[in-house]
Ligand binder design. Structure first.
Ligand SMILES: [Zn+2]
Length: 437
């Protein structure tokens, strides 16, 4: 299929191509390609970056070529002489575009997270953080998902996926989110089925009741729609302990977010991690960071890492408060886990391939040939960096990831240091746009 890019092939008269027919044409192609060994006219080649692609077990310096919005080739040395655009990534890390599994992306004129002031507009905050796919964590429910899709999802360059809130009106504030009569598994599952490319799960959050209504209804919707459930376990109640949630209620593949919050007995008075977390992991429950404004405590995270309890998925719980406090963005949280001793390739996997699998989107979060050309390039800077949790405590780290460049659908959408720009020289002519080959 790359043949169409070659100038000599394009020169074959259309009539002749028709006469020869498709079979003959493709039979001719390899010999002409071998005869000329002409460089491929890729749209973009990112050269000499240290590629970390956990799905394909790549952790080495590689060139990456992009064509038509897809990954075209990953190899030690790609001839970029005919490429439309090249980026020198020497000294930097190149990963699949990050997948933020927990964000709030439904801003609007209301008060809370559903069409509300706490949400953020995706493109303004994703690309600068290396994020190319963001999953909204239940800001909308069955009753207002269409508005979310029309106003935000369909108008964003960021790939926005969604967990549908079990509450029909979504995260419309404290009262709305406690309304058990609006937690209907049927309508939630039906709405999910209408949007199989976008709705990737069901969410329950912020429930303050002492019963299991929110969790049970979310899991029932998940069963009906054959989708995972993400849980923000709300208020802590001895009547519905976390051990029972992780040991009985949740199914393998369901996602426990805010795992390092400490707000629901994740850390025992003894200073040890609640054994329910270990048991949940044995059952196949996934554990998500969901840092947010109040859900990441060094007390819990440090002990968890000591006990080998690294997160399955790293995510922000992005909203107007968290982004301006200790959370900041994905690379900042990734830096926290580097500081706690998690290897870089595991940190990348928890931010790309694992979240892709968690939401049943194995087409994302990897650099396989043919995968969407979503990429992120980071410098790993050395120095002294302060990492702050949600409770105002700092740990100093010696490494920090900074997003240098982000590619979405084959196009550069963030470029901190102009790596993809042409160098200005005196008398430089204005660029006329597309170059012909
Ligand atoms: Zn959240």
């Amino acid at each position: 299929m790359h043949i169409r890019q070659r100038a000599h092939w394009l020169a074959v008269p259309a009539a002749l191509t028709l006469v020869l027919g498709a079979a003959t044409a493709s039979a001719l192609a390899p010999s002409t390609a071998a005869a000329t060994s002409q460089a491929e006219a890729y749209d973009l080649v990112i050269e000499r970056g240290h590629v970390i692609d956990p799905k394909n077990h790549v952790d080495a310096v590689r060139d990456v070529a992009v064509n038509g919005g897809k990954i075209a080739k990953v190899a030690k040395d790609i001839d970029s002489s005919a490429a439309k655009q090249t980026v020198d990534a020497a000294g930097a890390y190149l990963t699949p575009g990050l997948i933020d599994l927990h964000a709030h992306l439904f801003p609007g004129p209301e008060d809370d997270y559903a069409n509300g002031k706490n949400g953020v507009s995706p493109d303004g905050f994703t690309f600068r953080s290396g994020v190319t796919t963001a999953v909204d964590a239940g800001s909308s429910g069955a009753a207002n998902f269409e508005l979310f899709k029309k106003n935000i999802i369909d108008r964003s360059q960021t790939r926005v996926l969604a967990f549908l809130n079990i509450v029909g009106k979504g995260m419309g504030g404290a009262k709305v989110e406690q309304d058990v009569s609006d937690m209907k598994p049927g309508p939630a599952a039906e709405k999910a089925a209408e949007h199989p490319d976008t709705v990737v799960g069901i969410k329950t959050a912020h429930y303050e009741g002492k019963d299991w209504a929110a969790v049970d209804n979310a899991v029932e919707a998940g069963d009906k729609a054959d989708l995972p459930v993400m849980v923000d376990f709300g208020a802590n109640h001895p009547e519905r302990p976390i051990e029972q949630l992780l040991g009985e209620k949740l199914r393998p593949g369901d996602i426990y977010s805010h795992v390092y919050s400490g707000l629901r007995n994740e850390l025992l008075d003894s200073g040890k991690l609640n054994s329910g977390l270990h048991k949940g992991r044995e059952r196949g429950v996934l554990f998500d960071v969901g840092h947010g404004g109040g859900s990441f405590s060094w007390d819990v995270a440090v002990e968890a890492m000591k006990e080998g309890f690294a997160p399955d998925t790293i995510s922000t719980d992005l909203h107007i408060t968290s982004m301006n406090a200790g959370m900041k963005d994905m690379p900042n949280i990734m830096g926290k886990f580097l500081t706690l001793g998690m290897p870089l390739k595991d940190v990348v996997e928890a931010s790309t391939w694992k979240p892709a699998k968690a939401v049943g989107r194995a087409d994302l979060g990897n650099l396989s040939v043919g995968a969407p050309a979503d990429l992120a390039m980071f410098s790993l800077d050395k120095g002294k960096f302060g990492y702050v949790d949600s409770f105002g405590y700092r740990i100093d780290g010696s490494r920090k990831l900074t997003t240098q460049l982000t590619v979405r659908d084959g196009k550069v959408v963030w470029d901190l240091n102009g790596k993809s720009a042409k160098k200005w020289t005196p008398g430089a002519k204005p660029d006329t746009g597309e170059h012909e080959h």
